[in-house]
Design a protein around this ligand. Structure first.
Ligand code: GLA
Length: 376
């Protein structure tokens, strides 16, 4: 593995660094955003409802046919270059996302020639903002452009999810790939992950999104995630349904309470979380939206048990700030980031005050959204 030099900030689009790496301009390029999920956590693999919104940070992928018999890949932020073929799964996790997309596109009938591929990403990695989905969707969009593939944005999201499940070892739902492919930064995307029916939902008036990193890497995320998934599947089987979505919503709670621990609490989270998503998407004001976020965090902490003490501390500081309507952990949990709905004019001040208090108790947080340091 070698490294190749990145270009300076401010280099022209489409992808600063491609020519420096590969000695020619790319033939195709595309971008896709990260996302933050406002409500609807651990609901997508239960065929439920989710409410993500795109963040300003994007991942860009540029491609060129290289006329060789190997793919050459460079990831600017990681400073890594490597080579692979479509016959062998690469060892590096980030390369598996790209490899998975190429293999799945080929499985769908595309003739994928060996390529030079350059990745430049502003999306923070490993904090729950879906850098992997952004990479997958940007890769597939660039490939669609290069090969004129007849794929719409939903099909791109479906291929991206397949890539992650089959080649990157994560049994994720489809929320993040749909968000990277279809969401925008101004309105949240209400998505029914069973039917893929969707509509845009404006943020409540007087509310703006703040995302803070707890500074704690997600630990146990993969094992904990797969365990929660298995618990939901076990609960569904006991309740005689194929998916928790087949339950009649909150009306199923009395039967759910009779399940053994912890399955009763896992299902209670999923049912109440679906209800919170639908209520939030119904056009509530900022205070009500914030209250739903607070209730979501309590449910993730107590019923789903995917929070950590540090996330709880940071969320509590946000929730008690006078300029914050509500806050919760976002993403799979087990570390990573928190999302809050704030008064726009007071957002920077609120972030500073909360991070100071978090720092005074030993935490090392930072602002992720709005982006503080977009350099390219
Ligand atoms: C990860 C997965 C998503 C979703 C969340 C939990 O981000 O990629 O599909 O299941 O966890 O809400």
């Amino acid at each position: 593995m070698t490294s190749c030099s990145a270009m300076s900030p401010g280099s022209p689009a489409p992808d600063p660094g491609f020519a420096a790496c590969f000695g020619a301009e790319p033939e195709a390029w595309a971008a896709a955003p990260g996302r933050v999920n406002l409500l609807g956590e651990h609901t997508d693999y239960n065929q439920g409802f989710v409410l993500p919104i795109a963040i300003p940070q994007q991942t860009r992928v540029a491609l060129r046919r290289n006329g060789q018999d190997v793919f050459r890949l460079h990831a600017r932020e990681l400073g890594l270059s490597l080579r692979f073929t479509l016959d062998t799964l690469p060892a590096e996790q980030f390369a598996r996302y790209v490899y998975g997309c190429l293999v799945e596109a080929r499985a769908g009938g595309a003739e994928v020639p060996p390529l030079d591929i350059h990745i430049a990403s502003e999306v923070p990695m490993g904090v729950g903002l879906s850098s992997s989905a952004a990479l997958e969707v940007a890769t597939l969009r660039a490939l669609r452009q290069l090969l004129a593939l007849p794929l719409d944005d939903v099909q791109i999201a479906q291929l991206a999810q397949q890539a992650e499940v089959l080649h990157a070892g994560v049994r994720c739902g489809i929320r993040d790939q749909m968000a990277a492919s279809l969401a925008d930064t101004r309105r949240a995307l209400l998505l029914d992950t069973r039917s893929l029916a969707r509509r845009f939902v404006p943020l409540p008036a007087g509310g703006e999104i703040l995302v803070l990193d707890s500074g704690l890497a997600r630990s146990l995320a993969a094992s904990g995630y797969n365990q929660r998934r298995a618990e939901c599947e076990a609960a569904a089987a006991r309740l005689g349904v194929a998916s928790l979505r087949d339950l009649p919503g909150l009306q199923a709670l009395p039967a759910v309470e009779r399940l053994p621990e912890p399955l009763n609490r896992r299902v209670r989270h999923v049912l109440t979380e679906n209800d919170r998503v639908l209520r939030a998407a119904d056009g509530v004001d900022a205070a009500s939206f914030g209250a739903l976020m607070n209730a979501s965090h309590a449910s993730l902490r107590d019923d789903y048990e995917v929070s950590t003490l540090d996330l709880d501390r940071l969320v509590a500081l946000l929730q008690s700030h006078p300029d914050v309507y509500g806050a919760r952990l976002t993403g799979a949990g087990f570390g990573g980031a928190c999302v809050a709905l704030c008064r726009p004019a007071r957002l920077a001040q609120a972030a500073t005050e909360v991070l100071e208090a978090y720092g005074a108790s030993g935490g090392q947080g930072r602002v992720l959204v709005p982006p503080q340091d977009l350099t390219s």
